[in-house]
Design a protein around this ligand. Structure first.
Ligand SMILES: [Zn+2]
Length: 239
């Protein structure tokens, strides 16, 4: 019976390694922030893969209507293409994070390419708006030993999430709301997308619509929407 036992063990180990590599809440490869303690009446909306046009602009209109600020993890090559949208974020008061230059899975990156991905993006954000990001989110949530310490050495805190909305492919406002309702526990970091990593201009109309109804619904339930830096400071954790 030795072989089957080894087989089960190997499968279990592979599954554990896979979880720590891609699972958003795993802490094995470095400390990363995934939200405030359960029951906290604060929520953070986070948007990846922008800046994008026209959907980032539509999203800013919705956020302005509700007087809510959010956190955006930007792709460097889109920042270089549309620095004007980055400046709008800063004028609006949104928080910005580094989401790499062209969205590789960092599990497969060399130390040199990892550093280059992060540095080029932080420089592009600085060139656009005069601020270097203090937040980082790995594409696909992918990380290996070294990714989070490298980001930290560059002054960035790794931010993951605990509510996944599956809005990176065509979906509906109702489905996004159902994903949030199912996973929410208070103090959550909600993962949404205002752009697409494959090409600039991706449709994110469902995300814009869902943002409108999510904010109305959870404000009515007594939740306050905050940025990730606001969450970090209320946790007492200084990045
Ligand atoms: Zn992404």
């Amino acid at each position: 019976m030795l072989i089957p036992i080894i087989g089960v063990g190997a499968a279990a180990l592979a599954s554990v390694a896979g979880y720590h590599t891609m699972g958003p809440t795993s802490q094995l490869y470095g400390r990363n922030f995934i939200g405030l303690p359960r029951g906290t009446k604060k929520l953070a909306l986070t948007y990846d893969d922008g800046p994008n046009d026209p959907h980032t602009g539509h999203l800013l209109d919705v956020l302005a209507k509700h007087e809510v600020k959010a956190t955006f993890f930007l792709i460097g090559r889109y920042v270089a293409q549309r620095p004007d949208i980055v400046r709008r974020h800063v004028e609006f008061g949104n928080a910005l994070g580094n989401h790499t230059w062209d969205h590789p899975n960092l599990i497969f990156s060399t130390p040199t390419s990892l550093r280059s991905q992060l540095e080029r993006t932080s420089t592009a954000i600085f060139d656009a708006c005069g601020q270097k990001p203090s937040l980082f989110r790995p594409p696909f949530g992918g990380r290996r030993p070294g990714v989070i310490p490298t980001a930290r050495a560059m002054g960035m805190t790794a931010i993951m999430w605990n509510v996944t909305c599956y809005d990176w492919s065509p979906t509906t406002q109702e489905k996004i709301e159902a994903h949030v309702a199912r996973q929410m526990r208070g103090g959550d970091v909600i993962l949404l997308h205002d752009g697409g990593h494959k090409a600039f201009g991706a449709d994110r109309s469902w995300t814009v619509q869902a943002t409108d109804t999510l904010i109305s619904r959870y404000k009515n339930e007594g939740y306050k929407f905050v940025t990730i830096p606001e969450m970090l400071s209320s946790e007492g954790e200084i990045p």
